[in-house]
Write a new protein. Structure first.
Ligand SMILES: CC(C)(COP(=O)(O)OP(=O)(O)OC[C@H]1O[C@@H](n2cnc3c(N)ncnc32)[C@H](O)[C@@H]1OP(=O)(O)O)[C@@H](O)C(=O)NCCC(=O)NCCS
Length: 143
């Protein structure tokens, strides 16, 4: 069980990274109750500055639910480090395919995922997948 203080710190970081669409606290709570073993955080400057949340393998598949680095800590390799470490751990747990949804306009994230050999869904972005106007591209990595 993740301590309340740790969860508050994570919620604050998530809000800083995704100011327009942070996870509700209740959702983060349930993610932590379920997937705490698959949360990786980066610390710096006296607090949390990045995190990635994945799911354990299910029939050989894992999802990346969220990846983010605080604005002041970007472009220092943290996003790549968090993803690489997570992929190594997932491979060790038996994951064969990693999936994620990304906003096709999010060039930073798409570039990062492509550099890690994630491939975009040939069918292209799915319209309104995360709600009205929220199109998302599925990306897939064979480990
Ligand atoms: C996407 C994100 C996690 C990248 O984190 P980061 O720590 O800045 O990334 P890194 O410094 O490790 O860079 C890794 C690669 O990402 C790409 N990248 C990151 N920022 C970029 C930018 N501003 N422009 C172009 N490419 C960029 C590059 O390929 C980079 O590799 P390089 O440094 O060898 O060129 C960060 O920008 C972020 O938190 N964005 C907001 C949240 C978000 O969009 N999350 C993804 C949701 S699917």
């Amino acid at each position: 069980m993740v301590a309340t203080q740790d969860l508050s710190d994570l919620a604050r970081l998530d809000h800083e990274i995704f100011p327009d669409d942070p996870y509700p606290y209740s959702v983060l709570r349930q993610f932590m109750d379920t997937f705490a073993g698959h949360l990786l955080v980066a610390e710096g400057g006296g607090g949390l500055c990045g995190y990635v949340l994945a799911t354990p393998p299910n029939a050989g598949e894992s999802w990346i639910f969220s990846l983010g680095v605080a604005p002041a800590s970007r472009r220092q390799g943290l996003g790549r480090q968090l993803m690489s470490e997570t992929l190594t751990r997932l491979r060790g747990e038996g994951t064969r395919t990693v999936l994620l949804w990304v906003d096709p306009c999010n060039a930073q994230a798409v570039t990062l995922y492509e550099s890690l050999r994630f491939a975009p869904d040939p069918a292209g972005p799915r319209t309104d997948h995360f709600g009205p106007g929220e199109h998302r591209l599925l990306m897939r990595l064979a480990l």
